[in-house]
Each structure stands twice: as structure tokens, then as C-alpha cells.
Write a protein that binds this ligand. Structure first.
Ligand code: PEP
Ligand code: MG
Length: 565
């Protein structure tokens, strides 16, 4: 009998295989009596283990740079900082002073820090995994415990674990591992972020039920629905295998009735550009430029940005490249920008609010680079989009800044072009104002991750309210519909670049709602293109009507589910 366990879908992909338990936490026995411990020798062992762990981390970072990208590989820099933390080291020395051997002292000192992280919510709690990763590395260096090598896993393994640390995840080989599921963890833990980047199906935060799944059991990990199916029936397994193998289509696609739907890619890191092209994306629907700004000591200059934007245009010579201006604040801090301490950063100075306020210089430099890149003759067509817009004044002001940047470039004799200009519809205010915004923009893009968070007053990274921060909530669907209807009335293009666009189960719903442009993670492009070709226009419109008529979350889920059957 198939059994379904629910968790949080970390990567919208599905995989089937055989369960393998990962138990990488080194085990410690009871400590010996305090008087049997030679404190000086233990201190030396600790320092030697710390050095070995540091070297291991530098090597891990290099390996991760090959497979992930600099911004993600930089997670290991944070680990190196944990390792150098004087308070942690002091805690270990105190433990040794209390008569503990080095490994028990490490366990105790890290345990105290871990407890503090775990008491916090959201992202901070998820950083506990990073700390655990560092602790286990030092413990392994002390105890000589070997770590299971993922290269030894048989092909088609589904890794089950209490939790996966960032290094565990970075080492998983997508050619051997069909997916993973963890007892704990949230959508924004590094394990989840890496899973998305590697295109690995993953469900995190499944809870206690996962522990009952024995090694060797057949399982399907469905990252789209956040579901682990134990002992799947043949149909579920075949559907998962079909999904794994969606073919890449380089050409644009249309529904079964011939309605064209663009499927572009969301990119943030350099490696995503190649991945987007390889997976057949029609263009770039969202270039998250914050990745150019993180993990460095000062903002990238105009020349560096100009090169980055031209590189994106070069990767899609026949397509659109929509570059979003810097979206900092909220959950995206950047040290050198000196963000204020805010009680509710998601409701504070974020996105365009900073660009028109304290980061005006940074914004001007970014716009100069963008306007110059827009004049490039070879390559795709560049558009500029701004994040977190909430008022018409902000659009007018942004356009004024753009015009003044253009005037400066012109006066200096620089080649430039005014790109198409659009805004993200990701606040309820913007969704309600689309009928006014359309007079000032060339296109709109629904950022459903933030739109769901703000419509539902439910933080997008907080596992406890994950069901609320879900674009399939009736209130979010109605906000989307309001925006789409107003955009259609004015004949202004509107697309979706939030995560929901990458879920093939929602493709028919979005097409039925009138969406003709989707922008999704590069690895999701083939699945979404296939889903588009299977849409029947009438059925999609009916589905949208039924979903919009539903007053409850379950009602929307039922409408989507019935349509998929
Ligand atoms: C969104 O909010 O849906 C979006 C695409 O932007 P980000 O996830 O970068 O906030
Ligand atoms: Mg957003």
C-alpha cells in the first residue's frame, strides 16, 4: 500500500529510487573520568583538529565552486568563520578545563550555540545546520570517523536523513542520487537551496514519520507537492520517472490549441546562464542581480556590471533578458550597504525603497551599466525591472532617475539605449494598482513568492506558516487575477517569475488565468515546456474559474488535483 508523508518541497522536481539512510553524525561514547584526561594533550588535539577542519573546509569550498557557484560555495566561508569564532573556541577550552576530552568539549560548546540558534525562527534556526556541519567536521577530525562517501551510493538512491548539512548536500551527485528527504529543515535551509541549484528532487521537514521508512524501501520524492510516497504504486513511480526524463526543447512552445507561452529562466549566478540555455529556456525572465552584490566588500562597479549584463545578453541572442535591479533588505542582507536594524525587515527598507533612498548611488551605477548594455547590438533584448514596488510615485521617480542617467550618458558621449521598463507585482499594493501602473510600464511580472507572503501576512521562509504562504491560497489567486485582468485590459504583458511558475502542476492554472510568460528555475524549463504543450485552452480556463470560485485552500487544491487526474 502506498503511504504519503508530507513535508516542504525544496526543489520542484520528482525522483524515484531506493531509500538509503545517511547517518553522518559521528557518535561519541561516554566521557572518561575527569582525572584520566590530560588537559594539555586534549588542547593540542583540539587545535590540530581545528586546523584539519579548516583545511578540509577550504578544499570543500573549491570543490563546491566547481559544482555550484561562487555565491553558494561561499556558504563554506561562513563555516570557516564559525570555526574561527573565539567564543566557540573558548567554550571548548573551558570544557577541557572541566576535565572533558576534546571531542566531548567540542560537543558541549557547539551544543550551547546550537540551542541558541534553534530557539530562533526561520532563517536563523536553519543556520543551525551550518553550525552542526562545522561541529561534525571537527569531531570527525578528532575521532577519525570516516564520513559515508556519496560516491559509494548505488545509482538510483534516495537519501533519507535526520538533516543534511550543506556539505553533505553539495557532495550529492545528481547522477547517482534520485533525491533526498529529511526529517527536519525548511525551504530556505542551505540544503534546500543547494538542492534547487543541483536540480535534485528534495522534500525537507517531513517530520517523525520519515524515520519509519526502512532502508531499501522504494520511495518517490515529489518536491513539487512536498510529498514522499513510500511503496509507490506503479503509476506514481512511472509518473516520477517520466518527469525525471522531460526532454529539452530549444524552440518556443504553445499549448495543445496553439496559444504561445514563453518559458524563460530565472538566473542569479553565472552558472545559471549556461544551465538556462542548456535546458532550452526562451530567454531570461528574471535576472536576480543581488548575486552580483553579495559576498564581497564593496558593490560591483559599472564596468563589472556592464560585462555581466552583456554576458547574459550574449547567452540569449534571440531572446529577452529581464534584469531586475538590486533587491536588498528583507532576507537578503548585504554587509557593506549598512542596512538598518529593523523589527520587520520584510516590511522595511527593501528593494526599490532602498534604490530610491539610501542606495541611490548604487542604483545610478547599476542603471548606467544597464542602459549601456541595452545599446549592445549583438545579443538579446534587455529589459529592466524593479522589485517591491508599492506606489505609482515610485515608478515615476524610477523613470525620472533613468532619464537623468540617460542624459548624463548622452552628455558624456557614451552609447546607451532606454530599455523596456517593467515592475514586479509582488506587493498587494502593486496588484491592486495595476490599472494605474500600466500607464507607466512596458510589462509586469508577478513575484508570487513575495505576493503570497504579503497577501497572507505569512513569512515565506517560516515553516510554521508554509501552508499560508502558498500561492494556491484563494486570496493569492484572486490577487493574481485582479492584476492579470487589469494588465490584459490595457494590453500590457504580464508574466509570473515566482516559484509557482516552475511547478508543472500549476501550468494549466496559470495559462487559464491568462498568463503567457513564465520564468522558472533553469532545470524546471523542460518540465514546464512539456506541461504547456499538454494544456487545452478551454480546460485551463475552466480550471482557473473553478480555482477562483474556491473559497478555501483545500478547494483550490482539489480543483488543481481534479484537473490533473
Ligand atoms: C518573488 O518574490 O516571487 C520573486 C520572484 O522574487 P524573489 O524570490 O527574488 O524575492
Ligand atoms: Mg520577490
Amino acid at each position: 500500500m502506498p503511504r504519503r508523508l508530507s513535508g516542504v518541497g525544496a526543489a520542484r522536481a520528482t525522483g524515484a529510487g531506493t531509500a538509503v539512510w545517511d547517518g553522518s553524525e559521528p557518535e561519541l561514547g561516554d566521557p572518561p573520568a575527569a582525572d584520566a584526561v590530560d588537559a594539555d594533550a586534549e588542547l593540542e588535539r583540539f587545535e590540530a583538529a581545528r586546523n584539519a577542519a579548516r583545511e578540509g573546509l577550504h578544499a570543500e569550498r573549491e570543490r563546491a565552486t566547481d559544482r555550484l557557484d561562487d555565491a553558494e560555495a561561499a556558504v563554506f566561508d561562513a563555516h570557516i568563520q564559525f570555526l574561527a569564532d573565539p567564543q566557540l573556541a573558548e567554550g571548548v577550552r573551558e570544557g577541557i578545563g572541566d576535565g572533558l576530552p576534546a571531542e566531548h568539549a567540542v560537543n558541549r560548546a557547539f551544543g550551547e550555540f546550537l540551542a541558541r540558534f534553534e530557539e530562533m525562527d526561520g532563517r536563523m534556526a536553519e543556520r543551525a545546520d551550518d553550525l552542526r556541519d562545522v561541529r561534525d567536521r571537527v569531531l570527525r577530525a578528532l575521532t577519525g570517523a570516516a564520513r559515508d562517501d556519496p560516491a559509494d551510493l548505488p545509482a538510483g538512491s534516495v537519501v533519507l536523513a535526520e538533516r543534511l548539512t550543506p556539505s553533505d548536500t553539495a557532495r550529492l551527485d545528481p547522477d547517482r542520487v534520485a533525491g533526498f528527504a529529511t526529517v527536519t529543515g525548511g525551504r530556505t535551509s542551505h540544503a534546500a537551496i543547494f538542492a534547487r541549484s543541483l536540480g535534485l528532487p528534495a522534500v525537507v521537514g517531513v517530520g517523525e514519520g520519515l524515520r519509519e521508512v526502512a532502508a531499501g524501501t522504494e520511495v518517490v520524492v515529489d518536491g513539487s507537492r512536498g510529498r514522499v510516497v513510500v511503496h509507490p504504486d506503479a503509476a506514481t513511480r512511472e509518473a516520477a520517472e517520466r518527469e525525471e526524463g522531460a526532454e529539452v526543447r530549444a524552440e518556443p512552445v504553445a499549448t495543445a490549441d496553439g496559444t504561445p507561452v514563453e518559458v524563460a529562466a530565472n538566473v542569479g549566478r553565472r552558472a545559471d546562464l549556461a544551465a538556462a540555455a542548456e535546458h532550452g529556456a526562451d530567454g531570461i525572465g528574471l535576472f536576480r542581480t543581488e548575486y552580483l552584490f553579495v559576498d564581497r566588500a564593496s558593490p560591483p562597479g559599472e564596468a563589472e556590471q556592464y560585462d555581466a549584463y552583456r554576458e547574459a545578453l550574449g547567452a540569449f541572442p534571440d531572446g529577452h533578458v529581464v534584469v531586475r535591479t538590486l533587491d536588498v533588505g528583507g532576507d537578503k542582507p548585504i554587509g557593506y550597504l549598512d542596512l538598518p536594524e529593523e523589527a520587520n525587515p520584510f516590511l522595511g527598507e527593501r528593494g526599490i525603497r532602498r534604490s530610491l533612498g539610501p542606495d541611490a548611488d548604487v542604483f545610478e551605477t547599476q542603471l548606467r551599466a544597464l542602459l549601456r548594455a541595452a545599446a549592445t547590438e549583438s545579443g538579446g533584448r534587455l529589459s529592466v525591472m524593479v522589485p517591491l514596488l508599492a506606489t505609482v510615485e515610485e515608478v515615476i521617480e524610477t523613470r525620472d532617475v533613468m532619464e537623468s542617467v540617460a542624459a548624463d550618458l548622452g552628455a558624456a558621449g557614451e552609447a546607451y539605449a532606454i530599455p523596456e521598463f517593467g515592475v514586479m507585482v509582488e506587493t498587494p499594493a502593486a496588484a491592486l494598482l495595476v490599472d494605474a501602473l500600466v500607464d507607466h510600464v512596458d510589462f509586469l511580472s508577478l513575484g508570487t513568492n513575495d505576493l503570497a507572503q504579503y497577501v497572507m501576512a505569512a513569512e515565506r521562509g517560516n515553516r510554521r506558516v508554509a501552508d499560508l504562504a502558498d500561492p494556491r491560497q484563494p486570496a493569492v489567486l484572486r490577487a493574481i487575477e485582479t492584476a492579470v485582468t487589469a494588465a490584459e485590459g490595457a494590453d500590457v504583458r504580464i508574466g509570473v517569475c515566482g516559484e509557482m511558475a516552475g511547478d508543472p502542476e500549476l501550468t494549466a492554472l496559470l495559462v487559464g488565468l491568462g498568463i503567457r510568460e513564465l520564468s522558472v528555475a533553469p532545470t524546471a524549463v523542460p518540465r514546464v515546456k512539456r506541461a504547456v504543450t499538454q494544456v487545452r485552452d478551454d480546460a485551463a480556463r475552466d480550471l482557473a474559474e473553478r480555482a477562483l470560485a474556491a473559497d478555501t485552500h483545500q478547494g483550490v487544491l482539489d480543483a488543481i488535483c481534479e484537473c490533473g487526474e
